[in-house]
Design a binder for this molecule. Structure first.
Ligand code: GLY
Ligand code: MN
Ligand code: MN
Length: 432
């Protein structure tokens, strides 16, 4: 059984009777008649594996359970210009749907498919044009009331069920994410070896993209951050257009999207290949914070424990460096640490880089379970400030890895990217 069919069956078991409607993403114009590269909707792809735009998955669940795909028809003219289309018959065969119809038949068929169904499972509010269409179908069904037809009594959020499923990665997903993590780690290694004073941030970005693509990754999972010197203290810096200076650090946050799954890695290293004393001190503090967080990525811990562990270590470092005053508890209590550490230590990772899934349940941080995938990414960012000794200025460090919760110690998927001071310095010395 394909993983997609397995997921559809699992969803059907959980939802009770009704109709699921999940459209894929819409193609987006970039300028005039040029499009952005098409990227499927994650929920649609999770349940279908179908790669084309203009497609909708419909699942009827109840006595007569079946899965229907609406997609583009075969069209020789369009296929000569734009490439292969499965067409409904080809899609049904190749992807194992029970039925498939042309996308142009959707508006006409949906009212019939919704008639006498107890519930509609649809992601209301995600896209206004789809909301309007779905309401149109419902009104068509309601107009049949005098003929004894009933419309679905409620619209339920299909995401709530799918988010829970997506949170626990299956074997198919783990295989892709392990490969994506390795591949992205290799790209960071390549970037380290390409870096030297005088090169430009975009040149290093090009090395990352080259490495992603030559291994078959379709895109970067998000816009890469290649931030030299002071730019590392801009958390979402994406200009990537400055020249790299001797004595500065370079922070790179980049991961590929491989077969629909994101990797998310950050490494920070010296442009000239050798950490200065103060850079090394701050770097090793962040590394220690990451190690402390990783010990809490295990069953029996809740979502926020890795963050809390990292924060303890970072704040102790802020006191040792005399950047903050007081005790660890008082600095955490007052939030003074946020001058240097203003983000959380991680997020769920999967098809989306900030992946689906709740962080709290019933008001409490949720427990970590085997199969959950998250990032562990402590950082330390020191902007010029007269209250801070000048030797610390413009040091911006983040260390980010992708980590799987297992029955035992966590599994790190991104070890291919050099992490310790010794590993980084020896990688950079052994230039390719
Ligand atoms: N690259 C985005 C993040 O680290 O969350
Ligand atoms: Mn991240
Ligand atoms: Mn990142």
């Amino acid at each position: 059984m394909t993983p997609y069919r397995e997921r559809r069956e699992k969803l059907a078991q959980q939802m009770g009777a009704g109709v699921v409607v999940v459209p894929t993403a819409q193609e987006q114009l970039r300028n005039r008649d040029s499009h952005y590269p098409f990227r499927h909707d994650s929920y649609f792809y999770y349940l279908s594996g179908f790669p084309e735009p203009e497609a909708v998955l419909v699942m009827l669940v109840g006595e007569n359970t079946k899965t229907i795909l609406f997609c583009r028809e075969k069209n020789l003219e369009r296929e000569i210009w734009d490439g292969y289309r499965y067409g409904p018959d080809g899609a049904r065969e190749a992807f194992g749907f029970d039925e498939a119809y042309p996308i142009d038949a959707l508006d006409q068929m949906m009212p019939k498919l919704l008639a006498d169904q107890p519930s509609l499972f649809f992601d209301l509010g995600a896209d206004a044009s789809w909301d309007t269409r779905v309401v149109g179908w419902l009104n068509s069904v309601r107009n049949e009331a005098r003929n004894g037809v009933t419309a679905p009594g409620g619209i339920r959020d299909v995401r709530a069920l799918l988010d829970e499923m997506r949170l626990i990665k299956d074997a198919h997903e783990l295989d892709i994410m392990r490969r994506g993590g390795r591949l992205s780690g290799g790209a960071h290694q390549r970037a380290m070896q390409a870096t030297q004073p005088g090169r430009w941030e975009y040149e290093i970005e090009a090395e990352l993209l080259h490495e992603f693509r030559r291994h078959g990754a379709q895109y970067p999972a998000y816009t890469p951050i290649v931030a030299g010197g002071a730019n590392a203290c801009v958390l979402h810096y994406v200009s990537n257009n400055a020249q790299l200076k001797d004595g500065d650090l370079l922070l790179i946050d980049a991961g590929c999207e491989l077969d629909g799954y994101a990797a998310d890695i950050t490494r920070t290293f010296p442009v000239n290949g050798k950490f200065s004393a103060v850079q090394k001190d701050v770097y090793e503090l962040v590394l220690a914070a990451q190690a402390a967080a990783m010990t809490k990525v295990q069953v029996g811990c809740h979502w926020n424990e890795p963050h809390e562990a990292a924060l303890q270590v970072l704040v102790q470092g802020m006191l040792d460096f005399k950047l903050c005053a007081g005790s660890v508890d008082s600095v955490i209590e007052s939030g003074d640490y946020r001058r240097f550490y203003m983000h959380k230590t991680g997020h769920w990772l999967g098809m989306d880089v900030h992946d689906a899934g709740e962080y709290k349940r019933g008001g409490a941080w949720r427990q970590l379970m085997p199969g959950m995938m998250l990032t562990v990414e402590p950082g330390f960012y020191i902007r010029p400030d007269e209250k801070v000794p000048e030797r610390f200025w413009n040091i911006g460090i983040r260390i980010e890895d992708d980590v799987l919760v297992t029955d035992g110690a966590c599994e790190v998927l991104t070890n291919a990217a050099p992490r310790s001071v010794a590993e980084i310095e020896s990688c950079m010395k052994a230039k390719a």
